[in-house]
Design a protein around this ligand. Structure first.
Ligand code: GTP
Ligand code: SPV
Ligand code: MN
Length: 590
Protein backbone atom coordinates (compact mmCIF):
# COMPACT_ATOMS: atom_id res chain seq x y z
CA UNK A 1 0.00 0.00 0.00
CA UNK A 2 1.23 3.48 -0.78
CA UNK A 3 2.40 5.26 2.37
CA UNK A 4 2.18 8.96 2.93
CA UNK A 5 5.92 8.75 3.58
CA UNK A 6 6.61 7.75 -0.05
CA UNK A 7 7.20 11.35 -1.08
CA UNK A 8 9.65 11.80 1.79
CA UNK A 9 11.47 8.56 0.96
CA UNK A 10 11.74 9.51 -2.71
CA UNK A 11 13.10 12.95 -1.80
CA UNK A 12 15.73 11.44 0.52
CA UNK A 13 16.79 9.02 -2.25
CA UNK A 14 17.01 11.85 -4.75
CA UNK A 15 19.14 13.98 -2.41
CA UNK A 16 21.38 11.01 -1.60
CA UNK A 17 22.00 10.50 -5.33
CA UNK A 18 22.89 14.18 -5.67
CA UNK A 19 25.06 14.58 -2.57
CA UNK A 20 26.54 11.02 -2.37
CA UNK A 21 26.88 10.55 1.40
CA UNK A 22 28.64 7.47 2.82
CA UNK A 23 25.77 6.82 5.25
CA UNK A 24 22.16 7.88 5.85
CA UNK A 25 20.84 8.31 9.39
CA UNK A 26 17.17 8.92 10.17
CA UNK A 27 17.03 10.91 13.42
CA UNK A 28 14.70 9.59 16.11
CA UNK A 29 15.23 12.52 18.48
CA UNK A 30 16.24 10.30 21.41
CA UNK A 31 18.58 11.23 24.22
CA UNK A 32 20.86 8.33 23.23
CA UNK A 33 21.10 9.69 19.70
CA UNK A 34 21.97 13.16 21.03
CA UNK A 35 24.71 11.76 23.27
CA UNK A 36 26.15 9.72 20.40
CA UNK A 37 26.31 12.85 18.24
CA UNK A 38 28.04 14.74 21.07
CA UNK A 39 30.64 11.95 21.37
CA UNK A 40 31.22 12.08 17.63
CA UNK A 41 31.68 15.86 17.68
CA UNK A 42 34.04 15.66 20.66
CA UNK A 43 36.14 13.23 18.57
CA UNK A 44 36.16 15.41 15.48
CA UNK A 45 36.78 18.61 17.45
CA UNK A 46 33.43 20.15 16.40
CA UNK A 47 32.70 20.45 20.13
CA UNK A 48 34.85 20.81 23.19
CA UNK A 49 33.59 19.88 26.63
CA UNK A 50 33.06 22.68 29.13
CA UNK A 51 33.76 22.26 32.84
CA UNK A 52 31.62 19.24 33.84
CA UNK A 53 31.60 20.26 37.51
CA UNK A 54 30.15 23.74 36.92
CA UNK A 55 28.43 23.07 33.54
CA UNK A 56 27.43 19.41 33.18
CA UNK A 57 26.62 18.31 29.63
CA UNK A 58 27.60 21.72 28.20
CA UNK A 59 29.70 22.05 25.06
CA UNK A 60 31.45 24.76 23.09
CA UNK A 61 31.34 24.95 19.31
CA UNK A 62 33.70 27.28 17.48
CA UNK A 63 32.46 28.25 14.03
CA UNK A 64 34.71 28.95 11.14
CA UNK A 65 35.58 32.65 11.74
CA UNK A 66 34.04 33.52 8.35
CA UNK A 67 30.75 31.94 9.43
CA UNK A 68 29.42 33.59 12.58
CA UNK A 69 26.17 35.34 11.60
CA UNK A 70 23.29 35.35 9.13
CA UNK A 71 24.26 36.38 5.60
CA UNK A 72 21.49 38.58 4.25
CA UNK A 73 23.34 39.34 0.99
CA UNK A 74 23.46 35.59 0.20
CA UNK A 75 19.84 34.89 1.18
CA UNK A 76 17.34 34.64 -1.69
CA UNK A 77 13.61 34.26 -2.15
CA UNK A 78 13.18 32.44 -5.45
CA UNK A 79 9.52 32.94 -6.29
CA UNK A 80 8.44 32.41 -9.90
CA UNK A 81 7.69 36.11 -10.17
CA UNK A 82 10.35 38.60 -8.96
CA UNK A 83 7.66 41.08 -7.90
CA UNK A 84 6.32 38.57 -5.39
CA UNK A 85 9.66 38.53 -3.54
CA UNK A 86 9.66 42.33 -3.53
CA UNK A 87 12.43 44.90 -3.11
CA UNK A 88 12.86 43.71 0.50
CA UNK A 89 14.36 40.41 -0.72
CA UNK A 90 17.14 39.28 -3.01
CA UNK A 91 15.57 37.32 -5.82
CA UNK A 92 16.76 34.71 -8.27
CA UNK A 93 14.67 32.84 -10.85
CA UNK A 94 13.85 29.38 -9.44
CA UNK A 95 15.42 27.39 -12.31
CA UNK A 96 18.63 29.39 -12.16
CA UNK A 97 18.74 29.12 -8.37
CA UNK A 98 18.23 25.35 -8.40
CA UNK A 99 20.88 24.94 -11.09
CA UNK A 100 23.39 27.08 -9.25
CA UNK A 101 22.92 25.53 -5.83
CA UNK A 102 22.49 21.92 -7.01
CA UNK A 103 25.90 22.21 -8.71
CA UNK A 104 27.33 23.01 -5.26
CA UNK A 105 25.41 20.12 -3.63
CA UNK A 106 26.69 17.58 -6.20
CA UNK A 107 28.86 15.08 -4.32
CA UNK A 108 29.18 17.42 -1.32
CA UNK A 109 28.43 14.68 1.27
CA UNK A 110 31.11 12.20 0.08
CA UNK A 111 32.71 10.72 3.18
CA UNK A 112 29.98 12.19 5.38
CA UNK A 113 26.73 11.08 6.97
CA UNK A 114 23.44 12.43 5.64
CA UNK A 115 21.07 13.06 8.54
CA UNK A 116 17.30 13.15 7.97
CA UNK A 117 15.66 15.34 10.61
CA UNK A 118 11.86 15.23 10.82
CA UNK A 119 10.68 18.13 12.99
CA UNK A 120 7.51 19.83 14.11
CA UNK A 121 7.27 23.60 14.60
CA UNK A 122 4.77 24.08 17.42
CA UNK A 123 3.19 21.73 19.98
CA UNK A 124 3.00 18.34 18.29
CA UNK A 125 -0.81 18.16 18.61
CA UNK A 126 -1.50 21.80 17.71
CA UNK A 127 -3.62 22.64 14.66
CA UNK A 128 -1.38 25.71 14.28
CA UNK A 129 1.84 23.63 14.13
CA UNK A 130 3.58 22.66 10.87
CA UNK A 131 6.16 20.01 10.07
CA UNK A 132 9.31 19.97 8.04
CA UNK A 133 12.22 17.69 7.26
CA UNK A 134 15.78 18.98 7.18
CA UNK A 135 18.49 16.96 5.47
CA UNK A 136 21.95 17.98 6.64
CA UNK A 137 25.51 16.69 6.85
CA UNK A 138 26.21 18.63 10.04
CA UNK A 139 25.91 16.82 13.39
CA UNK A 140 26.01 20.27 15.04
CA UNK A 141 22.84 21.18 13.15
CA UNK A 142 21.17 17.92 14.26
CA UNK A 143 22.06 18.57 17.91
CA UNK A 144 20.75 22.14 17.74
CA UNK A 145 17.56 21.12 15.92
CA UNK A 146 16.89 18.58 18.68
CA UNK A 147 16.94 21.39 21.23
CA UNK A 148 15.14 24.00 19.10
CA UNK A 149 12.30 21.88 17.65
CA UNK A 150 10.12 18.85 18.43
CA UNK A 151 12.39 16.55 16.46
CA UNK A 152 12.20 12.83 15.69
CA UNK A 153 9.60 10.09 15.82
CA UNK A 154 6.54 12.11 16.85
CA UNK A 155 7.18 14.61 14.05
CA UNK A 156 7.63 11.77 11.53
CA UNK A 157 4.32 10.26 12.66
CA UNK A 158 2.57 13.59 12.10
CA UNK A 159 4.18 13.91 8.66
CA UNK A 160 2.93 10.40 7.85
CA UNK A 161 -0.58 11.42 8.93
CA UNK A 162 -0.64 14.71 7.05
CA UNK A 163 1.51 13.82 4.06
CA UNK A 164 2.85 17.36 3.75
CA UNK A 165 6.05 18.94 5.02
CA UNK A 166 8.55 21.69 4.19
CA UNK A 167 11.70 20.32 2.55
CA UNK A 168 14.99 21.77 3.77
CA UNK A 169 18.31 20.69 2.27
CA UNK A 170 21.47 21.81 4.04
CA UNK A 171 25.18 21.11 3.73
CA UNK A 172 28.08 22.92 5.28
CA UNK A 173 29.82 22.38 1.93
CA UNK A 174 33.39 23.59 2.31
CA UNK A 175 32.41 26.76 4.26
CA UNK A 176 33.79 28.90 1.44
CA UNK A 177 31.84 32.20 1.62
CA UNK A 178 32.03 32.40 -2.18
CA UNK A 179 30.00 29.17 -2.35
CA UNK A 180 27.42 30.07 0.28
CA UNK A 181 23.71 30.51 -0.51
CA UNK A 182 20.50 30.38 1.50
CA UNK A 183 17.68 29.90 -1.00
CA UNK A 184 13.93 29.70 -0.52
CA UNK A 185 11.41 28.37 -3.03
CA UNK A 186 8.11 29.31 -1.41
CA UNK A 187 5.92 27.85 -4.17
CA UNK A 188 7.69 24.50 -3.71
CA UNK A 189 7.81 24.70 0.11
CA UNK A 190 11.54 24.11 -0.30
CA UNK A 191 14.72 25.54 1.26
CA UNK A 192 18.28 24.91 0.07
CA UNK A 193 21.20 26.16 2.12
CA UNK A 194 24.91 25.51 1.58
CA UNK A 195 28.25 26.77 2.83
CA UNK A 196 27.32 27.87 6.36
CA UNK A 197 26.90 26.00 9.62
CA UNK A 198 25.65 29.02 11.52
CA UNK A 199 22.29 29.45 13.28
CA UNK A 200 19.71 31.08 11.05
CA UNK A 201 21.61 29.98 7.92
CA UNK A 202 21.66 26.31 8.87
CA UNK A 203 18.96 25.47 11.46
CA UNK A 204 16.37 25.53 8.70
CA UNK A 205 13.33 25.14 10.97
CA UNK A 206 13.96 28.59 12.41
CA UNK A 207 14.19 31.64 10.14
CA UNK A 208 14.01 29.79 6.79
CA UNK A 209 10.91 27.69 7.55
CA UNK A 210 9.15 29.34 10.52
CA UNK A 211 9.49 32.86 9.06
CA UNK A 212 10.29 33.02 5.33
CA UNK A 213 8.31 30.01 4.09
CA UNK A 214 5.67 30.27 6.84
CA UNK A 215 5.03 33.98 6.18
CA UNK A 216 4.28 33.10 2.54
CA UNK A 217 1.88 30.33 3.63
CA UNK A 218 0.38 32.56 6.31
CA UNK A 219 -0.52 35.20 3.76
CA UNK A 220 -2.30 32.63 1.59
CA UNK A 221 -4.08 31.05 4.55
CA UNK A 222 -4.98 34.11 6.63
CA UNK A 223 -2.53 33.98 9.53
CA UNK A 224 0.72 35.67 10.59
CA UNK A 225 4.27 34.30 11.02
CA UNK A 226 6.24 36.92 12.93
CA UNK A 227 9.66 37.66 14.45
CA UNK A 228 8.11 38.09 17.90
CA UNK A 229 8.50 36.96 21.47
CA UNK A 230 5.38 35.97 23.39
CA UNK A 231 5.03 36.55 27.13
CA UNK A 232 2.29 36.35 29.72
CA UNK A 233 2.06 39.14 32.29
CA UNK A 234 0.29 38.00 35.46
CA UNK A 235 -0.95 40.64 37.90
CA UNK A 236 -1.10 40.17 41.67
CA UNK A 237 -4.86 39.56 41.17
CA UNK A 238 -4.00 36.55 39.01
CA UNK A 239 -5.12 38.04 35.69
CA UNK A 240 -2.77 37.18 32.80
CA UNK A 241 -2.42 39.21 29.59
CA UNK A 242 -0.44 37.77 26.69
CA UNK A 243 1.76 40.15 24.74
CA UNK A 244 3.73 39.62 21.50
CA UNK A 245 6.68 41.86 20.67
CA UNK A 246 8.67 42.30 17.46
CA UNK A 247 12.18 43.69 17.92
CA UNK A 248 14.91 43.21 15.29
CA UNK A 249 17.70 40.68 15.83
CA UNK A 250 19.70 41.30 19.01
CA UNK A 251 17.31 44.05 20.16
CA UNK A 252 15.90 42.48 23.32
CA UNK A 253 13.25 39.80 22.62
CA UNK A 254 14.89 37.06 24.71
CA UNK A 255 15.47 39.48 27.55
CA UNK A 256 11.91 40.85 27.62
CA UNK A 257 10.41 37.36 27.32
CA UNK A 258 12.21 36.25 30.51
CA UNK A 259 11.86 39.45 32.52
CA UNK A 260 11.82 39.31 36.31
CA UNK A 261 9.78 42.22 37.73
CA UNK A 262 11.74 44.67 39.94
CA UNK A 263 11.11 45.21 43.66
CA UNK A 264 8.46 47.85 42.89
CA UNK A 265 6.24 45.02 41.51
CA UNK A 266 5.44 42.58 44.32
CA UNK A 267 3.12 39.80 43.17
CA UNK A 268 3.68 40.37 39.43
CA UNK A 269 5.05 37.58 37.24
CA UNK A 270 6.21 37.28 33.65
CA UNK A 271 5.70 33.92 31.92
CA UNK A 272 7.77 33.01 28.85
CA UNK A 273 5.95 31.49 25.86
CA UNK A 274 8.53 32.25 23.18
CA UNK A 275 11.57 34.45 22.55
CA UNK A 276 11.90 34.73 18.76
CA UNK A 277 9.02 33.49 16.61
CA UNK A 278 5.24 33.76 16.87
CA UNK A 279 2.59 32.18 14.68
CA UNK A 280 -0.85 33.64 15.22
CA UNK A 281 -4.29 33.45 13.71
CA UNK A 282 -7.76 34.77 14.45
CA UNK A 283 -9.76 32.41 16.66
CA UNK A 284 -13.54 31.91 16.63
CA UNK A 285 -13.79 34.70 19.25
CA UNK A 286 -12.12 37.20 16.89
CA UNK A 287 -8.97 37.46 18.99
CA UNK A 288 -5.50 36.56 17.67
CA UNK A 289 -4.27 33.26 19.15
CA UNK A 290 -0.54 32.63 19.15
CA UNK A 291 1.88 29.73 19.46
CA UNK A 292 5.65 29.64 19.70
CA UNK A 293 6.75 27.21 16.97
CA UNK A 294 10.08 26.60 18.70
CA UNK A 295 11.02 24.38 21.64
CA UNK A 296 14.28 26.04 22.67
CA UNK A 297 16.25 29.27 22.69
CA UNK A 298 19.13 30.23 20.39
CA UNK A 299 19.98 33.33 22.38
CA UNK A 300 22.59 36.08 22.27
CA UNK A 301 25.23 35.40 24.97
CA UNK A 302 26.98 38.80 25.40
CA UNK A 303 25.15 41.01 27.86
CA UNK A 304 23.40 38.03 29.51
CA UNK A 305 24.10 38.09 33.25
CA UNK A 306 22.44 37.59 36.61
CA UNK A 307 21.85 41.36 36.65
CA UNK A 308 20.26 41.65 33.20
CA UNK A 309 18.58 38.27 32.59
CA UNK A 310 18.83 36.01 35.65
CA UNK A 311 16.32 33.51 34.21
CA UNK A 312 18.54 32.98 31.17
CA UNK A 313 21.75 32.72 33.16
CA UNK A 314 20.22 30.14 35.49
CA UNK A 315 19.27 27.83 32.62
CA UNK A 316 22.77 27.90 31.11
CA UNK A 317 24.65 25.88 33.69
CA UNK A 318 23.65 22.46 32.29
CA UNK A 319 22.64 20.75 29.03
CA UNK A 320 23.50 23.64 26.71
CA UNK A 321 25.51 24.23 23.56
CA UNK A 322 27.53 27.45 23.37
CA UNK A 323 28.65 28.80 20.00
CA UNK A 324 31.58 31.23 19.67
CA UNK A 325 31.79 32.26 23.33
CA UNK A 326 35.11 32.59 25.18
CA UNK A 327 36.39 30.23 27.92
CA UNK A 328 37.84 30.84 31.36
CA UNK A 329 41.03 29.09 32.48
CA UNK A 330 38.87 26.35 34.04
CA UNK A 331 36.71 25.79 30.90
CA UNK A 332 33.67 27.76 31.93
CA UNK A 333 31.86 29.67 29.19
CA UNK A 334 32.50 33.42 29.28
CA UNK A 335 31.29 36.51 27.44
CA UNK A 336 31.33 40.28 27.77
CA UNK A 337 28.83 41.46 30.38
CA UNK A 338 29.42 38.64 32.89
CA UNK A 339 30.48 40.25 36.17
CA UNK A 340 32.50 37.20 37.30
CA UNK A 341 35.37 35.27 35.81
CA UNK A 342 37.74 36.30 33.09
CA UNK A 343 38.50 34.95 29.64
CA UNK A 344 41.58 32.80 29.07
CA UNK A 345 40.77 31.82 25.47
CA UNK A 346 38.74 33.87 23.00
CA UNK A 347 35.99 32.67 20.66
CA UNK A 348 38.57 31.54 18.11
CA UNK A 349 40.44 29.49 20.74
CA UNK A 350 43.38 31.92 20.90
CA UNK A 351 44.93 33.03 24.20
CA UNK A 352 42.82 36.02 25.15
CA UNK A 353 44.37 39.33 24.10
CA UNK A 354 42.19 42.47 24.27
CA UNK A 355 44.03 43.71 21.17
CA UNK A 356 42.11 41.04 19.19
CA UNK A 357 38.73 42.54 20.15
CA UNK A 358 36.02 41.06 22.38
CA UNK A 359 36.72 37.65 23.93
CA UNK A 360 33.30 36.29 22.90
CA UNK A 361 32.04 37.02 19.40
CA UNK A 362 29.37 39.79 19.67
CA UNK A 363 26.92 37.36 18.03
CA UNK A 364 27.94 34.36 20.16
CA UNK A 365 24.93 32.31 21.21
CA UNK A 366 23.63 29.62 23.54
CA UNK A 367 21.25 26.81 22.55
CA UNK A 368 19.11 25.47 25.35
CA UNK A 369 15.78 23.70 25.80
CA UNK A 370 12.93 26.01 26.79
CA UNK A 371 12.00 23.55 29.52
CA UNK A 372 15.09 24.70 31.44
CA UNK A 373 13.72 28.24 31.75
CA UNK A 374 12.24 28.94 35.20
CA UNK A 375 9.63 31.30 33.69
CA UNK A 376 8.58 28.83 30.96
CA UNK A 377 4.79 28.88 30.81
CA UNK A 378 2.71 25.70 30.81
CA UNK A 379 0.58 27.51 28.21
CA UNK A 380 3.50 27.27 25.77
CA UNK A 381 2.42 23.66 25.19
CA UNK A 382 -1.27 24.59 24.74
CA UNK A 383 -2.31 23.39 21.25
CA UNK A 384 -4.75 26.33 20.95
CA UNK A 385 -2.08 28.89 21.79
CA UNK A 386 -2.68 32.01 23.88
CA UNK A 387 -4.88 35.06 23.11
CA UNK A 388 -2.86 38.20 22.40
CA UNK A 389 -3.90 41.46 24.15
CA UNK A 390 -1.10 43.70 22.85
CA UNK A 391 1.45 43.76 20.05
CA UNK A 392 4.62 45.73 20.66
CA UNK A 393 7.02 46.93 17.99
CA UNK A 394 10.43 48.26 18.95
CA UNK A 395 13.83 49.11 17.62
CA UNK A 396 17.25 50.29 18.65
CA UNK A 397 17.03 54.07 18.30
CA UNK A 398 19.62 56.23 20.06
CA UNK A 399 17.65 59.39 19.30
CA UNK A 400 14.15 60.70 18.54
CA UNK A 401 11.95 57.70 19.41
CA UNK A 402 10.35 57.88 22.88
CA UNK A 403 10.32 55.09 25.46
CA UNK A 404 6.79 54.01 24.55
CA UNK A 405 3.74 55.12 22.61
CA UNK A 406 0.41 53.57 21.70
CA UNK A 407 -1.04 53.48 18.20
CA UNK A 408 -4.56 54.97 18.00
CA UNK A 409 -6.00 51.94 16.17
CA UNK A 410 -5.02 48.90 14.09
CA UNK A 411 -4.38 50.85 10.88
CA UNK A 412 -2.12 53.27 12.69
CA UNK A 413 -0.47 50.28 14.38
CA UNK A 414 0.32 48.71 11.01
CA UNK A 415 1.91 52.00 9.93
CA UNK A 416 3.94 52.13 13.14
CA UNK A 417 5.18 48.57 12.50
CA UNK A 418 5.87 49.18 8.81
CA UNK A 419 7.78 52.38 9.62
CA UNK A 420 10.01 50.77 12.26
CA UNK A 421 13.67 51.68 12.09
CA UNK A 422 16.52 50.13 14.01
CA UNK A 423 20.31 50.28 14.20
CA UNK A 424 21.87 47.12 12.78
CA UNK A 425 23.50 44.55 15.10
CA UNK A 426 26.05 41.71 14.90
CA UNK A 427 23.29 39.13 14.26
CA UNK A 428 23.89 39.58 10.53
CA UNK A 429 27.18 40.17 8.70
CA UNK A 430 27.85 43.76 7.63
CA UNK A 431 28.08 47.11 9.37
CA UNK A 432 26.78 47.42 12.94
CA UNK A 433 24.92 50.50 14.26
CA UNK A 434 23.55 51.70 10.91
CA UNK A 435 19.94 52.90 11.05
CA UNK A 436 17.71 51.07 8.57
CA UNK A 437 13.99 50.44 8.13
CA UNK A 438 13.10 47.03 9.49
CA UNK A 439 9.32 46.71 9.11
CA UNK A 440 7.83 44.61 11.94
CA UNK A 441 11.44 43.38 12.57
CA UNK A 442 10.89 41.24 9.45
CA UNK A 443 13.25 42.89 6.93
CA UNK A 444 15.51 39.81 6.79
CA UNK A 445 12.68 37.31 7.23
CA UNK A 446 9.56 38.21 5.26
CA UNK A 447 9.32 35.66 2.43
CA UNK A 448 7.36 37.95 0.12
CA UNK A 449 6.87 41.55 -1.02
CA UNK A 450 6.62 43.88 1.98
CA UNK A 451 3.87 45.88 0.24
CA UNK A 452 1.71 42.73 0.12
CA UNK A 453 2.71 42.00 3.71
CA UNK A 454 1.46 45.42 4.86
CA UNK A 455 -1.82 44.76 3.01
CA UNK A 456 -2.05 41.36 4.71
CA UNK A 457 -1.62 42.99 8.13
CA UNK A 458 -4.31 45.56 7.30
CA UNK A 459 -6.69 42.77 6.23
CA UNK A 460 -7.06 41.51 9.83
CA UNK A 461 -9.17 44.58 10.63
CA UNK A 462 -12.58 42.97 10.04
CA UNK A 463 -15.89 43.71 11.78
CA UNK A 464 -15.74 40.46 13.79
CA UNK A 465 -12.12 41.01 14.85
CA UNK A 466 -11.07 41.77 18.42
CA UNK A 467 -7.57 42.89 17.59
CA UNK A 468 -4.78 43.57 20.07
CA UNK A 469 -3.76 47.14 20.81
CA UNK A 470 -0.48 48.13 19.16
CA UNK A 471 2.47 49.86 20.86
CA UNK A 472 6.01 50.96 20.05
CA UNK A 473 8.91 50.89 22.52
CA UNK A 474 12.54 51.99 22.53
CA UNK A 475 14.87 50.81 25.30
CA UNK A 476 17.93 52.22 23.55
CA UNK A 477 17.69 56.01 23.75
CA UNK A 478 21.14 57.47 24.45
CA UNK A 479 22.54 60.66 26.00
CA UNK A 480 26.28 61.30 26.28
CA UNK A 481 26.83 57.91 24.67
CA UNK A 482 25.01 56.03 27.44
CA UNK A 483 21.59 54.35 27.54
CA UNK A 484 19.16 56.62 29.39
CA UNK A 485 16.56 54.00 30.30
CA UNK A 486 17.80 51.26 32.68
CA UNK A 487 16.02 48.57 30.61
CA UNK A 488 15.86 44.83 31.38
CA UNK A 489 13.74 44.22 34.55
CA UNK A 490 12.66 47.86 34.59
CA UNK A 491 10.95 47.36 31.23
CA UNK A 492 8.22 45.91 33.48
CA UNK A 493 7.16 49.52 34.12
CA UNK A 494 6.38 49.94 30.43
CA UNK A 495 4.65 46.54 30.23
CA UNK A 496 2.41 47.56 33.14
CA UNK A 497 1.38 50.75 31.30
CA UNK A 498 0.71 48.76 28.13
CA UNK A 499 -1.55 46.29 29.93
CA UNK A 500 -3.18 49.20 31.77
CA UNK A 501 -4.02 50.76 28.38
CA UNK A 502 -5.54 47.43 27.28
CA UNK A 503 -7.72 47.42 30.43
CA UNK A 504 -8.52 51.12 30.13
CA UNK A 505 -7.16 51.66 33.64
CA UNK A 506 -4.32 54.12 32.97
CA UNK A 507 -3.99 57.47 31.29
CA UNK A 508 -2.03 58.87 28.35
CA UNK A 509 -1.69 62.02 26.33
CA UNK A 510 -2.55 62.21 22.62
CA UNK A 511 0.19 63.32 20.23
CA UNK A 512 0.41 63.06 16.43
CA UNK A 513 2.67 60.00 16.65
CA UNK A 514 0.38 58.22 19.12
CA UNK A 515 -0.57 58.21 22.80
CA UNK A 516 2.24 58.60 25.33
CA UNK A 517 2.26 58.09 29.09
CA UNK A 518 2.65 61.18 31.22
CA UNK A 519 5.10 60.78 34.09
CA UNK A 520 2.23 60.13 36.47
CA UNK A 521 0.95 57.32 34.25
CA UNK A 522 4.13 55.27 34.81
CA UNK A 523 5.36 53.63 38.00
CA UNK A 524 8.81 55.22 38.25
CA UNK A 525 9.35 54.39 41.94
CA UNK A 526 12.99 53.81 42.80
CA UNK A 527 14.37 54.80 39.38
CA UNK A 528 17.35 57.16 39.33
CA UNK A 529 15.97 59.33 36.51
CA UNK A 530 15.98 63.13 36.61
CA UNK A 531 13.64 65.60 34.87
CA UNK A 532 15.87 66.04 31.84
CA UNK A 533 16.05 62.29 31.30
CA UNK A 534 12.29 61.82 31.68
CA UNK A 535 11.65 64.68 29.26
CA UNK A 536 13.91 62.97 26.77
CA UNK A 537 12.23 59.57 27.20
CA UNK A 538 8.63 60.84 27.16
CA UNK A 539 8.88 63.79 24.78
CA UNK A 540 7.88 64.15 21.12
CA UNK A 541 10.33 66.23 19.07
CA UNK A 542 7.97 67.49 16.37
CA UNK A 543 10.64 68.70 13.96
CA UNK A 544 12.50 65.45 14.27
CA UNK A 545 9.29 63.51 13.62
CA UNK A 546 8.46 65.62 10.57
CA UNK A 547 11.82 64.54 9.13
CA UNK A 548 11.19 60.93 10.22
CA UNK A 549 7.81 60.90 8.46
CA UNK A 550 9.40 62.29 5.28
CA UNK A 551 11.79 59.33 5.39
CA UNK A 552 8.89 56.93 6.01
CA UNK A 553 7.08 58.34 2.94
CA UNK A 554 10.10 57.63 0.77
CA UNK A 555 10.32 54.14 2.20
CA UNK A 556 6.63 53.37 1.53
CA UNK A 557 7.02 54.74 -2.00
CA UNK A 558 9.99 52.44 -2.62
CA UNK A 559 7.50 49.55 -2.93
CA UNK A 560 5.79 51.30 -5.84
CA UNK A 561 2.18 50.76 -6.79
CA UNK A 562 1.81 47.69 -4.54
CA UNK A 563 1.95 49.79 -1.36
CA UNK A 564 -1.60 49.81 0.09
CA UNK A 565 -3.33 53.16 -0.45
CA UNK A 566 -4.80 52.86 3.06
CA UNK A 567 -1.30 52.85 4.54
CA UNK A 568 -0.27 55.91 2.53
CA UNK A 569 -3.43 57.71 3.67
CA UNK A 570 -2.65 56.83 7.26
CA UNK A 571 0.85 58.17 6.77
CA UNK A 572 -0.54 61.41 5.31
CA UNK A 573 -2.88 61.78 8.30
CA UNK A 574 -0.02 61.63 10.80
CA UNK A 575 2.23 63.77 8.63
CA UNK A 576 -0.44 66.49 8.44
CA UNK A 577 -1.04 66.37 12.18
CA UNK A 578 2.67 66.79 12.76
CA UNK A 579 2.71 69.83 10.47
CA UNK A 580 -0.34 71.46 12.11
CA UNK A 581 0.31 73.98 14.88
CA UNK A 582 0.66 72.09 18.18
CA UNK A 583 -2.64 71.90 20.04
CA UNK A 584 -2.82 71.95 23.84
CA UNK A 585 -2.15 68.40 25.11
CA UNK A 586 -5.29 66.30 25.37
CA UNK A 587 -5.79 63.33 27.60
CA UNK A 588 -6.27 60.24 25.48
CA UNK A 589 -9.32 58.15 26.16
CA UNK A 590 -8.75 54.47 26.95
P1 GTP B 1 17.69 37.60 18.29
O1 GTP B 1 17.88 36.29 18.99
O2 GTP B 1 18.88 37.99 17.46
O3 GTP B 1 16.44 37.67 17.48
O4 GTP B 1 17.70 38.76 19.40
P2 GTP B 1 16.77 39.21 20.61
O5 GTP B 1 15.81 40.23 20.12
O6 GTP B 1 16.21 38.06 21.35
O7 GTP B 1 17.81 40.01 21.54
P3 GTP B 1 18.32 39.72 23.02
O8 GTP B 1 17.22 39.74 24.04
O9 GTP B 1 19.16 38.52 23.00
O10 GTP B 1 19.21 41.02 23.30
C1 GTP B 1 20.30 41.37 22.49
C2 GTP B 1 21.22 42.31 23.23
O11 GTP B 1 20.51 43.46 23.68
C3 GTP B 1 21.84 41.66 24.46
O12 GTP B 1 23.20 42.03 24.51
C4 GTP B 1 21.08 42.28 25.59
O13 GTP B 1 21.85 42.35 26.77
C5 GTP B 1 20.70 43.67 25.06
N1 GTP B 1 19.43 44.15 25.67
C6 GTP B 1 18.27 43.46 25.81
N2 GTP B 1 17.33 44.17 26.45
C7 GTP B 1 17.90 45.36 26.74
C8 GTP B 1 17.44 46.55 27.40
O14 GTP B 1 16.30 46.64 27.88
N3 GTP B 1 18.32 47.60 27.47
C9 GTP B 1 19.58 47.51 26.96
N4 GTP B 1 20.37 48.57 27.08
N5 GTP B 1 20.06 46.41 26.34
C10 GTP B 1 19.23 45.35 26.22
C1 SPV C 1 18.29 36.44 14.61
O1 SPV C 1 19.30 36.76 13.95
O2 SPV C 1 17.24 37.13 14.61
C2 SPV C 1 18.31 35.22 15.43
C3 SPV C 1 19.48 34.34 15.33
O3 SPV C 1 17.36 34.96 16.15
S1 SPV C 1 19.47 33.34 13.90
O4 SPV C 1 18.93 32.03 14.28
O5 SPV C 1 20.84 33.20 13.44
O6 SPV C 1 18.62 33.92 12.90
MN1 MN D 1 15.66 36.42 15.86
Amino acid sequence: MASKLDALNRWVDEIARLTQPDRIHWCDGSEAEYQALVELMLDTGDLTELNPATHPNCYLHRSNPSDVARVEHLTFVCSANAEDAGPNNHWMAPEEAHRKIDALFAGCMKGRTLYVIPYCMGPIDSPLARCGVEITDSPYVVANMRIMTRMGEAALARIEREGSFVKGLHSIGDLDPAKRFIMHFPEELTIKSIGSGYGGNALLGKKCHALRIASWQARQEGWLAEHMLILGLESPQGETHYVAAAFPSACGKTNLAMLIPPAAYPGWKVWTIGDDICWMQPGPDGRLWAINPEAGFFGVAPGTSRNTNPNALAMLDRDAIFTNVAETADQQPWWEGLPDGKPARDWQGRDYDPANGPAAHPNSRFTVSARQCASWSPRAEDPQGVPISAIIFGGRRESLVPLVFEARDWKHGVLVGAAMGSETTAAATGAVGVLRRDSMAMKPFCGYNFADYFAHWLSFDRPSAKLPKVFHVNWFRKADGKFVWPGFGDNMRVLEWIVGRCNGSVGAVETPIGNLPRREDLNLAGLPLGDAQLDLLLGVDREGWVREYAGIAEYLDSFGARTPVELKEEHARVRDELAAPAAAPRAAVG
